[in-house]
Design a binder for this molecule. Structure first.
Ligand code: SF4
Ligand code: SF4
Length: 509
């Protein structure tokens, strides 16, 4: 080979290398641009619900088909399955205790001397939760004394939260039923039932209607009595007037959810509210009940703020919407645990959806981010599920200490925290990176994808300490997982004297 030939080859080789490098650079640029575009799309406020730009477009959904199973892995039965009791619901307990205190009951006399057996029964089961519940009342008082000190800082957040609160409780739609279901559920019915071609057609149309009315994710399933409360029937404002029997026409349940607005939710605790998601979910339940009535079918909406008769997260699991996570919340592949649920029980024959196995349990076993970040230490840090709740295997969760922290939060209503939702790696808008990862992880039997993701999560993202989420008057820093969005910062819009610093990830992250 001559030098010239050699040189020509070198030139050709180096051209090839150049082209290869150029190709790689171009591919890199393309991926980078696509990542940027995907990221931006995911962050775009127009993609409010986080899963796509249309209310029922094909681009919004995770394809659950390959992951369908007969028995949901996060609803594993390991004991005697029992229906939830009135007192299992935190707000029922709070209602009874608040009333007793108002009536002059001495809190120091202990739960064994509480005038209602339901409370005695619950805290005999969970004695360590009793002081947490009592402390919640102490925190309510402390909050009241200190709340003015942060009024300026949270003024825009409170205005936002209050708007939804008014929407929730001033508007009476759907109305809370005040008669027996055999009457109230048929009040929606106009005319004789429309005949659907098949239960599958009924399911398809019901889901489309739920999306049209604003639902992001919808599932249908047979109503399992295991998730129907005892003694919580809504029949005119009293709590004790139900004989526990489940009405015959309560055959199927349509369960659906919407995410809370993303930016305030990421800025939990002080800036977020559940009422935005609750308001939309509640309204959808009314619209869907009205539509079912127009079609000739009974409908009983289950909605936030109207006292549920059912426990919706396990029902959503049965309907294939997602799985139960360490933080005790439903996790969906589209919006993670950032979902607020409502439902409508009906006598319409609907083809049920199947539950899914997305290996969320395995992810939670390795992750523990919510447990490490929870300001009240309410979430189990165990490696494996460590509790049995009414016969089902679960991670342990202390409702009462969680509620105790709610009572300290600088939200206008003094209600709620949501940090465990904000910090969860599944709580991400659906840009293409997340879409790819969500497809990969459940298909990876080695767990390498999960471990790599978690390493990235721990190393690339800042998490304030659990203590930092507390308000200053209990020794914290009023931290959020994210700093508040710009439209919630009063110094950007109002004449205020900014005396505070924000602690959390940059809002655009
Ligand atoms: S809502 Fe807050 S206090 Fe309750 S479990 Fe979640 S992070 Fe903990
Ligand atoms: S933060 Fe981690 S452990 Fe907690 S629910 Fe989300 S994935 Fe599971």
């Amino acid at each position: 080979m001559s030098n010239i030939e050699h040189d020509e080859e070198s030139v050709i080789a180096s051209r090839r290398n150049f082209l290869k490098l150029g190709g790689l650079a171009a591919a890199g640029t393309t991926i980078g641009a696509a990542a940027g575009a995907g990221f931006v799309l995911g962050r775009d406020p127009d993609a409010n619900v986080g899963w796509g730009r249309t209310e029922a477009g094909a681009d919004q959904f995770f394809n659950r088909k390959p992951f369908e199973v007969d028995t949901p892995p996060t609803l594993k039965v390991v004991g005697k399955v029992e229906r939830p009791e009135y007192e299992d619901y935190l707000f029922s307990r709070r209602r009874l205790i608040q009333k007793a205190i108002k009536d002059g009951w001495d809190v120091d006399s202990g739960y064994e001397n509480f005038p209602d057996e339901r409370i005695r029964k619950y805290y005999r089961r969970y004695p360590d939760r009793w002081p947490e519940m009592l402390q919640a009342f102490v925190e309510m008082g402390r909050r009241k004394e200190n709340i003015d000190s942060v009024a300026e800082r949270y003024s825009l957040a409170w205005a936002y939260g209050r708007s939804y609160l008014k929407g929730m409780y001033v508007a009476n739609f759907p109305p809370v039923p005040v008669e027996h279901p055999d009457i109230a559920d048929f009040a929606w019915v106009k005319g004789k039932p429309a005949e659907f071609k098949t239960p599958q057609h009924a399911s398809d149309l019901v889901k489309k209607m739920a999306h049209k009315f604003g639902a992001s994710i919808v599932g249908v399933t047979k109503l399992d009595p295991a998730f129907v409360f005892k003694n919580r029937m809504r029949m005119g404002g009293t709590d004790d007037n139900w004989d526990d029997s489940i009405p015959k026409h309560w055959k199927n349940i349509i369960v659906f959810g919407v995410p809370m607005n993303w930016d305030p939710m990421y800025a939990a605790a002080g800036y977020s509210t559940s009422y935005d998601g609750y308001f939309r979910a509640k309204t959808i339940s009314g619209l869907l009940a009205a539509w079912l009535g127009e079609m000739g079918y009974a409908a009983r909406p289950q909605f936030p703020g109207g006292d549920y008769e059912t426990v919706l997260p396990p029902i959503a699991i049965q309907a294939g919407m997602g799985e139960s996570a360490r933080n005790g919340i439903l996790v969906t592949p589209e919006v993670g645990p950032n979902i607020r649920l409502a439902a409508v029980i009906t006598n319409l024959d609907i083809e049920p959806d199947k539950p899914v196995n997305l290996h969320i349990r395995a992810f939670c076993e390795d992750c523990k981010i919510c447990a490490d970040t929870c300001p009240s230490g309410s979430i189990s840090k165990a490696d494996k599920p460590d509790a049995v709740i009414r016969g089902f295997e679960r991670f342990d969760f202390n409702q009462d200490s969680c509620y105790r922290f709610w009572c300290t939060a600088p939200t206008d209503s003094g209600m709620g925290c949501r940090v465990c939702i904000a910090v969860c790696p599944y709580t991400r808008k659906n840009n293409w990176i997340h879409t790819v990862v969500k497809e990969m992880d459940p298909r990876d039997p080695t767990g390498i994808t999960r471990k790599a993701l978690l390493a990235m999560q721990h190393n690339f993202f800042y998490y304030p300490t659990a203590e930092a989420f507390h308000p200053e008057w209990t020794g914290g820093n009023n931290a959020g997982y994210h700093e508040p969005p710009e439209w919630m910062r009063p110094e950007n819009y109002l004449k205020v004297n900014k005396t505070w610093e924000y602690d959390g990830n940059w809002e655009g992250f």
